[in-house]
Design a protein around this ligand. Sequence first.
Ligand SMILES: [Cu+2]
Length: 146
Amino acid sequence: MVVRPRSLIHLVLAAAVVTAALLLAGCGGGSATSTVSSATNGGGSATSTGAASAPATSAPRSGHVKIDISNFMYSPAVLKVKVGSTITITNEDETEHTATSNTEGVFDTGTLEKGQSMSFKVNKVGSFSYHCSFHAFMHGTIDVVQ
Ligand SMILES: [Cu+2]
């Protein structure tokens, strides 16, 4: 009778793990030193994995908006903001991470150590996917709207 969201979450998690495993297997000797270049040639992961995620019905946020990196995940993974917003990305993990736009040059936090953060302003409307230069399975999207 009652719909159990737990099973759905379980499925999504399982899919994520499989995806991560495939991506890990795919990018063997990752060059952790170069940030942007290694990011761009990871083009094999361009298929839309987030298609089954929650509908983006939430209102866009504005002003100063935060994204946290924790447990090898961006939170929120999909962020909808108004153009002109300032985004601050903070690494809460022990491990170094980056948030690097898939399209080179849009934004790149560079290497964030534990507790470090980096801010940037979004001045262009569009959907900007990004990833971690060190961990190809880490993905996020910033949707910038009017
Ligand atoms: Cu990372």
